[in-house]
Design a protein around this ligand. Structure first.
Ligand code: G4P
Length: 278
């Protein structure tokens, strides 16, 4: 599956982040807890250098708790990095984040900690900023056409956020990253074929979460060949056309939307061991 990103935008983001980094005490990277590896931007570790980093595994309400715990351990094993799980309905996140920031950065004399916040589109970076700041802050522009601007957001006497243009690209390889990004909705639905993505999701669900499939669609979903799962979902939901032939497009869309909407329960699409992390 090909994901296209524009070299011009990559160069601009690199320049902006590199330019701002010397003034920054801390980097806060927002990731999708279901895909902490695929939702990373490769530039962040490259440009961060020795700057300390908090990785927020956001949308943890949608992720498998056990796997998230594995990720937190694996990511926090890197010197200067602390990973924390978070989701939008979690109360009192600012005090937790401020304490982590202070522990990582130490005392910054006579001024608040300046933290650059980064994330690829759709990981929930704006939602996290609004939660921390306890008010609605305008987006810095996740789309190529939106004017780029950095904004400083004072969230407390201890912490100021530097929000950078959100137009960062995800992992473009290996290919599985692209599929995982598509399954979670991080890539526009116009950029891929639903049946292709559903075939990937079917293989994944049958191997990792078969019991969730039977709970939602019934026992007939436990097909021996993953290619038959979309057909089984279509039959379970009555998406039948002439001659009882399943509308595979509709069934594929249903499977993906059920997964994204959490109807298959909280699940994680990658584990540290799948990604060679930790
Ligand atoms: P971005 O700035 O990184 O691009 O992401 P943004 O905050 O706009 O969030 C992208 C989508 O993810 C939004 O849903 C948002 O509500 C959802 N989201 C953010 N954080 C969480 C979380 O912790 N848990 C869950 N379950 N969802 C979260 P949307 O459908 O695109 O928009 P909306 O209808 O909610 O406004």
């Amino acid at each position: 599956m090909a994901i296209h990103w524009f070299p011009g935008h990559m160069a601009t983001a690199r320049k902006e982040i590199r330019g701002a980094m010397p003034d920054v005490d801390l980097v806060i990277e927002v990731l999708d807890a279901r895909i902490p590896f695929s939702s990373e931007n490769p530039l962040v570790s490259e440009l961060r250098g020795q700057t300390k980093c908090i990785k927020i595994l956001n949308k943890s309400d949608l992720a498998d708790r056990t796997v998230t715990a594995e990720w937190l351990r694996a990511l926090s094993a890197t010197a200067g990095v602390t990973a924390i799980a978070h989701h939008v309905r979690e109360p009192k996140f600012l005090p937790v984040l401020s304490t982590l920031a202070r522990d990582l950065v130490g005392t910054v004399r006579n001024r608040p900690v300046l933290a650059m916040i980064l994330g690829i589109p759709n990981v929930g970076k704006s939602t996290v900023i609004n939660t921390i700041a306890a008010r609605t802050i305008a987006k810095t522009g996740n789309k190529p056409a939106v004017t780029k601007l950095q904004q400083r957001i004072t969230v407390s006497r201890e912490l100021v956020l530097l929000d950078t243009p959100g137009f960062l690209w995800p992992k473009l390889s290996p290919e599985a990253c692209g599929y995982r990004l598509a399954v979670t909705g991080a890539i526009s639905d116009r950029a891929f074929d639903f049946q292709d993505i559903a075939a990937f999701a079917a293989r994944f669900l049958l191997s990792r979460y078969p019991e969730r499939l039977t709970e939602l669609y019934g026992a007939k979903c436990l097909v021996a060949n993953p290619d038959d799962l979309v057909d089984a979902v279509g039959r379970a939901r009555g998406f039948l056309g002439k001659g009882s032939v399943v509308d595979l497009q509709r069934a594929a869309e249903r499977l993906i939307h059920d997964l994204r909407d959490g109807k298959l329960g909280p699940l994680s699409l990658e584990r540290p061991e799948d990604c060679g992390v930790g």
